[in-house]
Ligand binder design. Structure first.
Ligand code: NDP
Ligand code: 2IT
Length: 448
């Protein structure tokens, strides 16, 4: 229950109309919590029906993705693009390929993306897409045929000035390359409709590293502000071992921390001496199992199959970077008990709402993914700028811009949270700061 009746009406309506969409309802609920601080003092939010509109995607496209496997058998998957909000720029957001993908998950991700993209300060609206295709165990040729078929439908609704997809879980350089190739063939357009492209065909340097690096730049700023401290000498637990986790591990180490545990969907590894990050990257580049391969080389490594057990590993800083709902209330209790002081989300909503509340009440500084993982989409925005200008910046230039953007995002969240009397509530700061820009744009553009 919110203090404000208008918010209760919005939530009841979303719960009724999207009853099956658990993840989406969670994301809306978390956002509305913060709106309770501002709707009372700004009647225009209700007058212009901003919240009624903001919780409904502008457009959702769902399509069939047929493809032929290596045995000549026809396979069919579901494809989606959720074009959530274009108030401040073209729809922008990743594509996820994972068997768990459904409309609820993509709507939650697209909704979060609206505020994340707004926080970057770049002109990008929010969107998300993907398919329930499982890339695990597929050959390169199968992945290519799937990506080509997926793009044969998707190309109709995207474009460099309308909707610009990128990677997410299960979508990296290989998939973006195949999709870009098919888009180019169908449209004859080479102006960069996807971000995360290969460097030789319009990709930006630092995009691969951007989310993980950005996460650490954000966390470094947070540590300085709240604790007058830094990564130096800290023990860090990072869940996942994909794109975000690998580069977060690399940057945290460069900043003087020790990464003591990592995971993939089959289990976790932990070592007080620190994880061999380069080796983790090699294992995952070969698309192999983290635990099996790691213990072959380092047989004394602590490990386990239950991915939740990674949160029982003692650490100063936790960077969940695998997927949504990785940290439940029990995991949050274990983190607090072991002295964890900071949790910055690298993934999108890896922490369940009651776990966030528990962390907050027990003094752990928490940052939501929409703020701390915005580095990826920020550099995607920079890739769009470079494509539009037909030039490319150096790694150092992009890295420097990324650092400034992450510092600015932290500052916006911190200052906004402080303005509303809760300086340690970065979720509040992120939601309000992200929302205000979108709200003003929607108000200015009329009832659309
Ligand atoms: P990847 O596919 O590169 O890596 C995902 C990692 O998480 C893998 O190690 C994977 O295990 C693990 N994982 C995936 N699903 C599960 C699950 N259900 N349970 C446990 N572990 C799981 O994806 P990214 O690194 O790109 O994305 C990770 C998170 O970061 C996602 O939440 C994504 O939305 C978010 N994000 C990504 C950005 C980007 O630029 N890529 C930007 C901002 C946020 P396995 O290796 O076994 O598959
Ligand atoms: O969740 C995210 O921000 C991403 N997957 C990156 C999106 C992008 O457009 O780069």
């Amino acid at each position: 229950m919110y203090k404000n009746e208008y918010l209760n009406k919005i939530l009841v309506n979303v719960k009724e109309k999207c009853a099956e969409q658990k993840e989406f309802i969670n994301a809306v609920e978390e956002f509305l919590d913060s709106m309770d601080y501002i709707v009372g003092s700004d009647p225009d939010i209700e007058k212009y029906a901003i919240l009624e509109r903001i919780v409904v995607p502008e457009r959702v496209v769902m399509f069939r993705v047929p493809w032929v496997d290596d045995n000549g058998k026809i396979q069919v998957n579901n494809g989606y693009r959720v074009q959530f909000n274009s108030a401040i720029g073209p729809y922008k957001g990743g594509l996820r390929l994972d068997p768990s993908v459904n409309l609820s998950i993509l709507k939650f991700l697209g909704f979060e993306q609206i505020f994340k993209n707004s926080l970057t300060g770049l002109p990008m609206g929010g969107g998300k897409g993907g398919s329930d295709f499982n890339p695990k165990g597929k050959s390169d040729a199968e992945v290519m045929r799937f990506c080509q078929s997926f793009m044969q439908e998707l190309y109709q609704v995207i474009g460099p000035n309308t909707d610009v997809p990128a990677g997410d879980i299960g979508v990296g350089a290989r998939e973006i390359g195949y999709m870009y190739g098919m888009y180019k063939k169908l449209t004859k357009d080479v102006t960069g409709v996807l971000t995360g492209k290969g460097i030789s065909f319009g990709g930006s340097l630092t995009r691969t590293e951007a989310t993980g690096f950005g996460l650490c730049y954000f966390a470094e700023e947070l540590l300085k502000t709240y604790y007058n401290d830094s990564f130096n000498g800290k023990n860090v637990v990072i869940s996942g071992s994909g794109n975000v986790a690998q580069y977060a591990a690399f940057k945290a180490t460069e900043l003087g921390a020790k990464v003591v545990a990592m995971s993939d969907r089959n289990g976790y590894i932990a070592s007080e001496d620190g994880i061999d990050i380069e080796f983790v990257r090699n294992i995952k580049n070969e698309r192999k199992s983290l635990v099996d391969e790691y213990v072959k080389k380092y047989p004394n490594t602590k490990n386990g199959k239950n991915t939740h057990d990674i949160w029982k590993i003692k650490c100063d800083i936790a960077l969940p970077s695998a997927t949504q709902n990785e940290i439940n209330i029990e995991d949050a209790k274990a983190l607090v008990k072991n002295g964890c002081k900071v949790l910055c989300e690298g993934a999108n909503m890896p922490t369940e709402l009651d776990a966030v509340k528990y962390l907050y009440e027990n003094g752990v500084i928490f940052s939501p993914g929409k703020a701390s993982n915005a580095g990826g989409v920020a550099v995607s925005g920079l890739e769009m700028s470079q494509n539009a200008m037909h030039l490319s910046w150096t790694f150092e230039e992009v890295d420097q811009k990324l650092k400034e953007i992450m510092q600015n995002i932290f500052k916006a969240c911190y200052e906004t949270a402080s303005k509303y009397g809760e300086p340690k509530n970065l979720s509040l700061g992120a939601n309000i700061a992200g929302f205000l820009k979108v709200y003003n744009a929607m108000k200015a553009q009329g009832v659309i």
